[in-house]
Design a protein around this ligand. Structure first.
Ligand SMILES: NC(=O)c1ccc[n+]([C@@H]2O[C@H](COP(=O)([O-])OP(=O)(O)OC[C@H]3O[C@@H](n4cnc5c(N)ncnc54)[C@H](OP(=O)(O)O)[C@@H]3O)[C@@H](O)[C@H]2O)c1
Length: 324
């Protein structure tokens, strides 16, 4: 089968399309003939050598796929060969065939195409588990999500709308600002032109309930100072650095929680719990059109290098997809 590998960490052109054996499955797994694979920032961090695949995970890039079930293990009961599915996978998505656990695969919600379905798992699992399960998001909370047009940001804004949240976000240009407003964010700040900290201090002097951040660096101090009493800061990434100088007095005085998580290393029972909550609380909104999959661009697998270059450039809005 065709698959994308790299033999040393580095820039996009270390990736090569190679021929590999089709992987084997155990009795709880399924082999999916991949039609689409979502491209995520963690793929780039892995390619650069800073996020190695955990033991037992495929060395091939790619954390989410959609396609047709080609083969099922003897314990698989929820699916049959020929079904169209999407899945959160333990690597291996940038390949013609990919192994998926039955616990983290799902039938495509009505109203969603196979192409769109490949963009759901990584961002919706991550956002739901952090905002709702870890963050304890409540109705009408005031929430800041940085990077509103990222795959993560677009999923987060749409989930926050289900909770009638007052939504704050940051973006890097005016086109992205317009997009986030249309998507449902109430306050959008172009971080290259205004300081979101100064603006939010004026709009919401009492502070925010929850902040989802993957920027880190100088944002950590600002985030802490923007939270209200009992507020929570959740970091799922540190694009601008994870070593920061902060005064923890505010954490004590405001009884804050500073937390974070990564999805990939969690076990399949935790991922199955996220999926069961998504099916109950989010998938019906895909089906009625309230939540949409926003695809920025689609690249043939042969053009995988271009797909990473586009993500790295940062001008995309929503998700980038690879097509087989
Ligand atoms: N912990 C986990 O389990 C987990 C899972 C998935 C993803 N992640 C992390 O979540 C992040 C987003 O992933 P993704 O795949 O959605 O990436 P993505 O689509 O490439 O988004 C990155 C975004 O960051 C924005 N950005 C860059 N500098 C910024 C700044 N100073 N302030 C505000 N926004 C800024 C970029 O656009 P502009 O600069 O134009 O605003 C872009 O929208 C990544 O850091 C990724 O590693 C973590």
């Amino acid at each position: 089968m065709k698959a994308v590998l790299f033999d040393r960490p580095g820039p996009p052109d270390v990736m090569k399309l190679v021929d590999l054996e089709i992987p084997s499955i155990n009795k709880n797994q399924m082999l999916i003939k991949v039609r689409y694979s979502g491209v995520n920032r963690p793929d780039i961090v892995q390619r650069e050598g800073n996020y190695p695949s955990p033991p037992g995970h495929s060395e091939i890039l790619g954390l989410e796929i959609s396609g047709i079930i080609y083969k099922i293990g003897s314990n698989v009961t929820a699916f049959k060969e020929g079904d169209e599915v999407a899945a959160l996978v333990n690597g291996g998505g940038y390949a013609e065939y990919c192994v998926a656990d039955q616990e983290t695969a799902f039938k495509i919600p009505n109203n969603i195409s196979l192409k769109e379905a490949a963009t759901i798992p990584e961002c919706f699992f991550t956002v739901w588990s952090n905002l709702v399960m870890r963050g304890g998001l409540k109705k009408n909370d005031c929430v800041l999500v940085h990077g509103g047009t990222s795959g993560i940001g677009v999923a987060a804004i749409q989930i926050l709308k289900l909770f009638d949240s007052e939504i704050y976000t940051t973006v890097g240009n005016e086109q992205k600002k317009e997009f986030c407003k249309k998507l449902g964010a109430h306050y959008v700040f172009n971080y290259k032109e205004t300081d979101f900290f100064d603006e939010i201090k004026i709009i919401k002097p009492k502070g925010l309930n929850l902040i989802l951040d993957f920027i880190g660096g100088e944002y950590v101090k600002k985030n802490i100072n923007l939270l209200s009493s009992e507020g929570k800061l959740i970091n799922i990434g540190f694009q601008n650095g994870s070593i920061v100088d902060i005064n923890l007095m505010k954490v004590m005085l405001k009884r804050l929680t500073i937390t974070g998580s990564t999805l990939r290393i969690r076990d399949s029972s935790f991922k199955a719990e996220i999926l069961s909550q998504l099916k109950k609380f989010v998938f019906p909104h895909f089906e009625n059109g309230e939540i949409k999959c926003y695809i920025d661009s689609v690249f043939k697998i042969e053009d995988v290098i271009q797909s990473h270059k586009r993500l790295e450039k940062g001008s995309h809005i929503g998700k980038i997809v690879l097509e087989f």
